[in-house]
Design a protein around this ligand. Structure first.
Ligand code: SF4
Length: 434
Protein backbone atom coordinates (compact mmCIF):
# COMPACT_ATOMS: atom_id res chain seq x y z
CA UNK A 1 0.00 0.00 0.00
CA UNK A 2 1.21 3.50 -0.86
CA UNK A 3 2.42 5.50 2.12
CA UNK A 4 1.44 9.14 2.61
CA UNK A 5 3.43 12.15 3.74
CA UNK A 6 2.31 15.61 4.87
CA UNK A 7 4.42 18.74 5.21
CA UNK A 8 4.10 21.89 7.26
CA UNK A 9 6.41 24.80 6.47
CA UNK A 10 6.97 27.77 8.71
CA UNK A 11 9.07 30.86 8.08
CA UNK A 12 11.00 31.90 5.04
CA UNK A 13 10.97 31.10 1.33
CA UNK A 14 14.12 29.07 1.71
CA UNK A 15 12.22 26.70 3.98
CA UNK A 16 9.42 26.66 1.41
CA UNK A 17 11.86 25.72 -1.34
CA UNK A 18 13.36 22.96 0.78
CA UNK A 19 9.92 21.57 1.61
CA UNK A 20 8.95 21.63 -2.09
CA UNK A 21 12.12 19.72 -2.97
CA UNK A 22 11.52 17.17 -0.21
CA UNK A 23 7.89 16.75 -1.30
CA UNK A 24 9.11 16.10 -4.86
CA UNK A 25 11.53 13.49 -3.56
CA UNK A 26 8.84 11.68 -1.54
CA UNK A 27 6.47 11.95 -4.51
CA UNK A 28 9.10 10.46 -6.82
CA UNK A 29 9.73 7.75 -4.21
CA UNK A 30 6.12 6.55 -4.39
CA UNK A 31 4.49 8.48 -1.51
CA UNK A 32 1.21 10.38 -1.72
CA UNK A 33 1.77 13.96 -0.64
CA UNK A 34 -1.35 14.89 1.38
CA UNK A 35 -2.62 17.95 3.18
CA UNK A 36 -1.17 18.56 6.64
CA UNK A 37 -4.68 18.35 8.13
CA UNK A 38 -5.22 14.86 6.70
CA UNK A 39 -4.15 11.57 8.32
CA UNK A 40 -0.67 10.63 7.07
CA UNK A 41 2.01 8.03 7.70
CA UNK A 42 4.78 10.62 7.82
CA UNK A 43 4.69 14.26 8.93
CA UNK A 44 7.55 16.60 8.23
CA UNK A 45 7.50 19.93 10.06
CA UNK A 46 9.99 22.40 8.61
CA UNK A 47 10.22 24.82 11.52
CA UNK A 48 11.27 28.43 12.02
CA UNK A 49 12.72 30.04 15.14
CA UNK A 50 13.20 33.62 13.98
CA UNK A 51 10.80 35.02 16.63
CA UNK A 52 9.17 33.58 19.76
CA UNK A 53 5.93 33.50 17.78
CA UNK A 54 7.59 31.26 15.16
CA UNK A 55 8.67 28.90 17.96
CA UNK A 56 5.12 28.78 19.22
CA UNK A 57 3.67 28.07 15.77
CA UNK A 58 6.28 25.38 15.16
CA UNK A 59 5.38 23.67 18.46
CA UNK A 60 1.67 23.79 17.59
CA UNK A 61 2.39 22.11 14.24
CA UNK A 62 4.44 19.37 15.95
CA UNK A 63 1.61 18.66 18.40
CA UNK A 64 -0.91 18.57 15.60
CA UNK A 65 1.23 16.10 13.58
CA UNK A 66 1.60 13.78 16.55
CA UNK A 67 -2.20 13.57 16.79
CA UNK A 68 -2.62 13.28 13.00
CA UNK A 69 -2.21 9.72 11.77
CA UNK A 70 -2.00 6.26 13.27
CA UNK A 71 1.36 6.14 15.01
CA UNK A 72 2.95 8.45 12.44
CA UNK A 73 6.64 9.08 11.82
CA UNK A 74 7.12 12.71 12.89
CA UNK A 75 10.20 14.45 11.53
CA UNK A 76 11.07 17.91 12.88
CA UNK A 77 13.56 19.87 10.86
CA UNK A 78 14.43 23.52 10.10
CA UNK A 79 15.88 26.23 12.30
CA UNK A 80 14.11 25.26 15.50
CA UNK A 81 15.57 21.76 15.18
CA UNK A 82 19.01 23.31 15.40
CA UNK A 83 18.27 25.75 18.20
CA UNK A 84 16.22 23.44 20.42
CA UNK A 85 17.50 20.02 19.37
CA UNK A 86 17.90 18.53 22.84
CA UNK A 87 14.48 19.53 24.14
CA UNK A 88 12.83 18.31 20.92
CA UNK A 89 14.68 14.99 21.02
CA UNK A 90 13.41 14.49 24.56
CA UNK A 91 9.80 14.45 23.29
CA UNK A 92 8.39 10.97 22.65
CA UNK A 93 5.98 12.18 19.99
CA UNK A 94 8.87 13.19 17.70
CA UNK A 95 10.58 10.37 15.79
CA UNK A 96 13.52 12.31 14.27
CA UNK A 97 14.99 15.76 14.78
CA UNK A 98 16.96 16.71 11.66
CA UNK A 99 19.08 19.85 11.60
CA UNK A 100 19.25 22.05 8.46
CA UNK A 101 22.56 20.65 7.23
CA UNK A 102 21.10 17.12 7.15
CA UNK A 103 17.69 18.06 5.75
CA UNK A 104 18.41 16.47 2.38
CA UNK A 105 18.66 13.09 4.22
CA UNK A 106 15.05 13.06 5.39
CA UNK A 107 13.75 10.80 2.61
CA UNK A 108 16.45 8.11 3.03
CA UNK A 109 16.04 8.39 6.80
CA UNK A 110 12.29 7.69 6.61
CA UNK A 111 12.84 4.85 4.12
CA UNK A 112 15.43 3.30 6.45
CA UNK A 113 12.96 3.67 9.32
CA UNK A 114 10.41 1.55 7.45
CA UNK A 115 13.10 -1.05 6.74
CA UNK A 116 13.61 -1.10 10.53
CA UNK A 117 17.15 0.21 10.25
CA UNK A 118 18.16 2.58 13.01
CA UNK A 119 19.92 5.63 11.62
CA UNK A 120 20.81 8.78 13.48
CA UNK A 121 20.16 12.09 11.65
CA UNK A 122 23.51 13.59 12.68
CA UNK A 123 25.37 10.76 10.95
CA UNK A 124 23.76 11.59 7.62
CA UNK A 125 25.54 13.48 4.85
CA UNK A 126 25.95 17.20 5.36
CA UNK A 127 24.62 18.74 2.16
CA UNK A 128 23.10 22.23 1.89
CA UNK A 129 22.38 22.09 -1.83
CA UNK A 130 21.72 18.41 -2.60
CA UNK A 131 17.98 18.81 -3.07
CA UNK A 132 16.41 17.29 -6.16
CA UNK A 133 14.77 19.71 -8.58
CA UNK A 134 11.22 20.52 -7.62
CA UNK A 135 8.74 18.78 -9.93
CA UNK A 136 5.59 20.34 -11.32
CA UNK A 137 3.26 18.81 -8.75
CA UNK A 138 3.13 21.66 -6.27
CA UNK A 139 3.15 25.18 -7.72
CA UNK A 140 3.78 27.37 -10.76
CA UNK A 141 6.89 29.05 -9.38
CA UNK A 142 10.05 27.12 -8.81
CA UNK A 143 12.36 28.29 -6.06
CA UNK A 144 16.05 27.98 -6.84
CA UNK A 145 18.34 27.90 -3.82
CA UNK A 146 21.58 29.75 -4.53
CA UNK A 147 23.14 30.11 -1.10
CA UNK A 148 22.65 29.37 2.58
CA UNK A 149 23.71 31.00 5.84
CA UNK A 150 24.76 34.54 6.66
CA UNK A 151 27.88 36.34 7.89
CA UNK A 152 26.20 39.62 8.79
CA UNK A 153 25.46 38.78 12.43
CA UNK A 154 22.78 41.41 12.98
CA UNK A 155 22.47 41.76 16.74
CA UNK A 156 18.85 40.53 16.90
CA UNK A 157 19.15 37.58 14.54
CA UNK A 158 19.44 33.90 15.29
CA UNK A 159 19.82 32.84 11.64
CA UNK A 160 23.66 32.72 11.48
CA UNK A 161 23.54 30.36 14.52
CA UNK A 162 20.96 28.00 13.05
CA UNK A 163 21.83 28.19 9.34
CA UNK A 164 25.55 28.75 9.74
CA UNK A 165 27.83 31.19 7.94
CA UNK A 166 27.31 32.07 4.27
CA UNK A 167 27.94 29.35 1.68
CA UNK A 168 27.27 29.81 -2.05
CA UNK A 169 26.15 27.06 -4.39
CA UNK A 170 28.36 26.55 -7.45
CA UNK A 171 27.22 28.50 -10.52
CA UNK A 172 26.93 25.50 -12.85
CA UNK A 173 24.86 23.62 -10.29
CA UNK A 174 22.38 26.49 -10.18
CA UNK A 175 22.26 26.86 -13.96
CA UNK A 176 21.63 23.09 -14.30
CA UNK A 177 18.85 23.36 -11.73
CA UNK A 178 17.30 26.24 -13.68
CA UNK A 179 17.50 24.25 -16.94
CA UNK A 180 15.79 21.30 -15.21
CA UNK A 181 12.86 23.29 -13.88
CA UNK A 182 12.38 25.17 -17.16
CA UNK A 183 12.28 21.81 -18.94
CA UNK A 184 9.67 20.69 -16.40
CA UNK A 185 7.49 23.58 -17.64
CA UNK A 186 7.97 26.24 -14.98
CA UNK A 187 7.44 29.82 -16.15
CA UNK A 188 8.85 31.55 -13.11
CA UNK A 189 12.07 30.96 -11.15
CA UNK A 190 12.44 32.49 -7.71
CA UNK A 191 16.02 33.02 -6.60
CA UNK A 192 16.26 32.25 -2.94
CA UNK A 193 18.70 31.93 -0.03
CA UNK A 194 19.32 33.48 3.38
CA UNK A 195 21.37 36.46 2.16
CA UNK A 196 21.40 36.22 -1.63
CA UNK A 197 23.02 39.64 -2.14
CA UNK A 198 26.23 38.10 -0.79
CA UNK A 199 26.25 35.32 -3.37
CA UNK A 200 29.84 34.68 -4.40
CA UNK A 201 31.04 31.52 -6.07
CA UNK A 202 34.18 31.19 -8.16
CA UNK A 203 34.33 34.99 -8.35
CA UNK A 204 30.76 35.24 -9.71
CA UNK A 205 28.43 37.52 -7.75
CA UNK A 206 24.64 37.76 -7.83
CA UNK A 207 24.71 39.99 -10.92
CA UNK A 208 26.89 37.49 -12.84
CA UNK A 209 24.71 34.60 -11.76
CA UNK A 210 21.53 36.40 -12.84
CA UNK A 211 23.04 37.20 -16.23
CA UNK A 212 23.77 33.49 -16.79
CA UNK A 213 20.24 32.51 -15.81
CA UNK A 214 18.47 35.08 -17.99
CA UNK A 215 20.66 34.02 -20.93
CA UNK A 216 18.98 30.59 -20.90
CA UNK A 217 16.64 30.17 -23.87
CA UNK A 218 12.86 30.45 -23.51
CA UNK A 219 10.22 32.82 -22.18
CA UNK A 220 10.36 32.77 -18.41
CA UNK A 221 10.40 35.12 -15.47
CA UNK A 222 13.08 35.44 -12.82
CA UNK A 223 12.00 36.77 -9.45
CA UNK A 224 14.45 37.80 -6.77
CA UNK A 225 13.02 37.02 -3.38
CA UNK A 226 13.90 38.72 -0.14
CA UNK A 227 17.22 40.57 -0.26
CA UNK A 228 19.32 42.60 2.18
CA UNK A 229 19.95 46.18 1.03
CA UNK A 230 23.72 46.05 0.93
CA UNK A 231 26.47 45.16 -1.48
CA UNK A 232 24.52 46.03 -4.66
CA UNK A 233 26.84 46.54 -7.62
CA UNK A 234 26.13 48.75 -10.66
CA UNK A 235 25.75 45.54 -12.68
CA UNK A 236 23.06 44.36 -10.25
CA UNK A 237 21.10 47.60 -10.67
CA UNK A 238 21.36 47.09 -14.45
CA UNK A 239 20.12 43.48 -14.17
CA UNK A 240 16.90 44.78 -12.58
CA UNK A 241 16.05 46.34 -15.97
CA UNK A 242 16.35 43.04 -17.83
CA UNK A 243 12.95 42.00 -19.26
CA UNK A 244 13.18 38.54 -17.69
CA UNK A 245 13.91 39.96 -14.22
CA UNK A 246 10.65 40.93 -12.51
CA UNK A 247 10.38 44.49 -11.15
CA UNK A 248 9.86 43.64 -7.50
CA UNK A 249 12.20 43.35 -4.52
CA UNK A 250 11.44 42.48 -0.92
CA UNK A 251 14.11 44.78 0.43
CA UNK A 252 14.51 44.31 4.18
CA UNK A 253 14.55 47.67 5.98
CA UNK A 254 13.93 46.52 9.61
CA UNK A 255 14.13 50.10 10.93
CA UNK A 256 14.21 53.61 9.49
CA UNK A 257 16.12 55.04 12.45
CA UNK A 258 19.86 55.48 11.86
CA UNK A 259 20.52 54.93 15.56
CA UNK A 260 18.55 51.67 15.69
CA UNK A 261 20.10 50.40 12.44
CA UNK A 262 23.54 50.91 13.97
CA UNK A 263 22.53 49.05 17.15
CA UNK A 264 21.09 46.27 14.99
CA UNK A 265 24.45 46.18 13.22
CA UNK A 266 22.80 46.43 9.83
CA UNK A 267 25.12 47.06 6.90
CA UNK A 268 23.41 50.20 5.56
CA UNK A 269 21.95 53.49 6.73
CA UNK A 270 18.37 54.61 6.16
CA UNK A 271 19.76 57.23 3.83
CA UNK A 272 21.58 54.62 1.73
CA UNK A 273 18.42 52.51 1.69
CA UNK A 274 16.43 55.39 0.23
CA UNK A 275 19.17 56.12 -2.31
CA UNK A 276 18.88 52.52 -3.59
CA UNK A 277 15.09 52.80 -3.82
CA UNK A 278 15.31 56.12 -5.64
CA UNK A 279 17.98 54.89 -8.02
CA UNK A 280 15.81 51.94 -9.06
CA UNK A 281 12.59 53.98 -9.28
CA UNK A 282 14.47 56.60 -11.29
CA UNK A 283 14.77 54.01 -14.08
CA UNK A 284 11.66 51.93 -13.33
CA UNK A 285 9.01 54.22 -11.78
CA UNK A 286 6.47 51.41 -11.10
CA UNK A 287 9.02 49.15 -9.41
CA UNK A 288 7.39 47.37 -6.49
CA UNK A 289 9.15 47.38 -3.13
CA UNK A 290 7.97 45.42 -0.12
CA UNK A 291 9.84 45.11 3.15
CA UNK A 292 10.29 43.67 6.64
CA UNK A 293 9.94 46.01 9.59
CA UNK A 294 10.84 45.11 13.14
CA UNK A 295 9.21 47.07 15.96
CA UNK A 296 10.35 47.28 19.57
CA UNK A 297 14.05 46.58 19.11
CA UNK A 298 15.76 47.29 22.48
CA UNK A 299 16.06 51.02 23.04
CA UNK A 300 13.69 51.98 20.19
CA UNK A 301 12.22 55.37 21.20
CA UNK A 302 9.08 57.09 19.90
CA UNK A 303 11.32 59.24 17.72
CA UNK A 304 13.09 56.15 16.29
CA UNK A 305 9.73 54.64 15.50
CA UNK A 306 8.52 57.86 13.86
CA UNK A 307 11.70 57.83 11.74
CA UNK A 308 10.82 54.29 10.60
CA UNK A 309 7.33 55.33 9.59
CA UNK A 310 8.76 58.31 7.69
CA UNK A 311 11.11 56.07 5.66
CA UNK A 312 8.25 53.66 4.94
CA UNK A 313 6.14 56.54 3.59
CA UNK A 314 9.02 57.79 1.49
CA UNK A 315 9.75 54.34 0.06
CA UNK A 316 6.02 53.81 -0.69
CA UNK A 317 6.14 50.08 -0.02
CA UNK A 318 3.31 47.97 -1.39
CA UNK A 319 3.59 45.57 1.53
CA UNK A 320 5.24 45.63 4.95
CA UNK A 321 5.76 42.45 6.88
CA UNK A 322 5.95 43.72 10.44
CA UNK A 323 6.98 41.74 13.47
CA UNK A 324 7.68 42.46 17.10
CA UNK A 325 11.23 42.05 18.34
CA UNK A 326 11.58 39.04 20.62
CA UNK A 327 14.67 37.96 22.52
CA UNK A 328 16.60 35.20 20.75
CA UNK A 329 18.91 33.38 23.05
CA UNK A 330 22.62 33.77 22.25
CA UNK A 331 22.26 37.00 20.24
CA UNK A 332 23.86 40.30 21.20
CA UNK A 333 20.52 42.06 21.54
CA UNK A 334 19.60 39.57 24.27
CA UNK A 335 22.10 41.37 26.48
CA UNK A 336 20.75 44.87 25.76
CA UNK A 337 18.98 46.06 28.89
CA UNK A 338 16.55 48.63 27.48
CA UNK A 339 13.89 46.16 26.29
CA UNK A 340 10.68 47.77 24.99
CA UNK A 341 7.49 46.81 26.90
CA UNK A 342 5.13 44.43 25.09
CA UNK A 343 2.12 46.86 24.96
CA UNK A 344 4.34 49.45 23.22
CA UNK A 345 5.45 46.86 20.66
CA UNK A 346 1.82 45.94 20.07
CA UNK A 347 0.83 49.56 19.53
CA UNK A 348 3.71 50.12 17.09
CA UNK A 349 2.87 46.95 15.13
CA UNK A 350 -0.71 48.15 14.75
CA UNK A 351 0.50 51.54 13.52
CA UNK A 352 2.79 49.90 10.92
CA UNK A 353 -0.02 47.62 9.76
CA UNK A 354 -2.39 50.58 9.33
CA UNK A 355 0.21 52.50 7.33
CA UNK A 356 1.02 49.39 5.26
CA UNK A 357 -2.64 48.91 4.38
CA UNK A 358 -3.03 52.46 3.08
CA UNK A 359 0.24 52.28 1.12
CA UNK A 360 -0.78 48.98 -0.43
CA UNK A 361 -4.04 50.47 -1.71
CA UNK A 362 -2.17 53.47 -3.08
CA UNK A 363 0.24 51.21 -4.95
CA UNK A 364 -2.56 49.07 -6.38
CA UNK A 365 -4.63 52.09 -7.45
CA UNK A 366 -1.93 53.25 -9.83
CA UNK A 367 -2.53 50.16 -11.98
CA UNK A 368 -6.13 50.95 -12.99
CA UNK A 369 -6.53 50.91 -16.77
CA UNK A 370 -2.99 49.72 -17.36
CA UNK A 371 -1.58 46.60 -19.01
CA UNK A 372 0.26 43.79 -17.23
CA UNK A 373 0.95 40.14 -17.87
CA UNK A 374 -0.31 37.56 -15.46
CA UNK A 375 0.90 34.07 -14.67
CA UNK A 376 -2.17 31.89 -14.09
CA UNK A 377 -1.50 30.13 -10.81
CA UNK A 378 -5.00 29.04 -9.80
CA UNK A 379 -8.31 28.42 -11.53
CA UNK A 380 -11.33 28.16 -9.31
CA UNK A 381 -15.07 28.83 -9.76
CA UNK A 382 -14.57 30.28 -13.23
CA UNK A 383 -11.90 32.74 -12.08
CA UNK A 384 -8.19 32.62 -12.82
CA UNK A 385 -5.77 34.26 -10.42
CA UNK A 386 -2.05 34.83 -10.23
CA UNK A 387 0.53 37.59 -10.12
CA UNK A 388 1.62 40.27 -12.54
CA UNK A 389 5.21 41.10 -13.37
CA UNK A 390 5.28 43.62 -10.51
CA UNK A 391 3.99 40.98 -8.08
CA UNK A 392 0.53 42.48 -7.95
CA UNK A 393 -2.24 39.96 -7.24
CA UNK A 394 -4.58 39.69 -10.25
CA UNK A 395 -7.80 37.90 -11.02
CA UNK A 396 -9.68 37.47 -14.29
CA UNK A 397 -12.33 35.40 -16.06
CA UNK A 398 -10.89 31.90 -16.54
CA UNK A 399 -12.64 31.27 -19.85
CA UNK A 400 -10.08 29.86 -22.32
CA UNK A 401 -7.20 30.16 -19.86
CA UNK A 402 -4.98 27.36 -18.62
CA UNK A 403 -2.99 26.89 -15.46
CA UNK A 404 0.67 28.00 -15.77
CA UNK A 405 0.00 30.22 -18.77
CA UNK A 406 1.22 33.81 -18.99
CA UNK A 407 -1.49 36.09 -20.40
CA UNK A 408 -1.63 39.80 -21.20
CA UNK A 409 -4.32 41.60 -19.21
CA UNK A 410 -5.75 45.09 -18.78
CA UNK A 411 -6.34 46.02 -15.16
CA UNK A 412 -9.66 47.42 -13.96
CA UNK A 413 -10.12 50.07 -11.26
CA UNK A 414 -9.63 48.86 -7.70
CA UNK A 415 -12.89 47.66 -6.13
CA UNK A 416 -14.46 50.24 -3.81
CA UNK A 417 -14.29 47.81 -0.89
CA UNK A 418 -10.51 48.01 -1.19
CA UNK A 419 -10.15 44.30 -2.04
CA UNK A 420 -6.51 43.21 -2.13
CA UNK A 421 -6.81 41.64 -5.58
CA UNK A 422 -7.02 43.63 -8.79
CA UNK A 423 -9.55 42.54 -11.37
CA UNK A 424 -8.40 42.42 -14.95
CA UNK A 425 -9.56 41.52 -18.44
CA UNK A 426 -7.56 39.34 -20.78
CA UNK A 427 -6.41 41.42 -23.75
CA UNK A 428 -5.84 38.65 -26.25
CA UNK A 429 -5.84 35.17 -24.79
CA UNK A 430 -4.17 33.58 -27.77
CA UNK A 431 -1.03 35.65 -27.22
CA UNK A 432 1.13 34.40 -24.37
CA UNK A 433 3.80 36.84 -23.29
CA UNK A 434 6.15 37.26 -20.37
S1 SF4 B 1 21.39 39.81 7.25
FE1 SF4 B 1 21.03 39.99 9.45
S2 SF4 B 1 18.80 39.59 9.63
FE2 SF4 B 1 19.41 38.80 7.62
S3 SF4 B 1 19.88 36.62 8.02
FE3 SF4 B 1 21.82 37.78 8.17
S4 SF4 B 1 22.04 38.20 10.34
FE4 SF4 B 1 19.90 37.65 10.01
Amino acid sequence: MKRSVAFKTLGCRLNQYETDALASEFNGGGYDVVDFNAPADVYVINTCTVTSQSDQKSRQAINKAARGGKNPVVVVTGCMAKQHRESLEAQDLITYVVENEHKTSIFPLVEAHYRKEILHPVHQTTDLFGYRSVDTSSRTRSFIKIQDGCDNLCTFCIIPFVRGLAVSRPVQDIVDNAVDVLKAGYKELVITGVNIGRYDSEGVGLDGLLSRIVALPGDFRVRISSIEPDGFTDAFFEMLEHPKVMPHLHLCLQSGSERVLRRMRRMYTAEQFMRMVERIRGRLPDFNFSTDMMVGFPGETEQDFEDSLAVCRQAAFSHIHTFKYSIRSGTRAERMDDQVPEPVKKERSAAVRALAESMKLRYLERWAGRDESMLVERIRDGRASGYGRHFIPLETDALGLAYNQVVPVRIEPLATDGAAVLHAKVRNSTMAIT
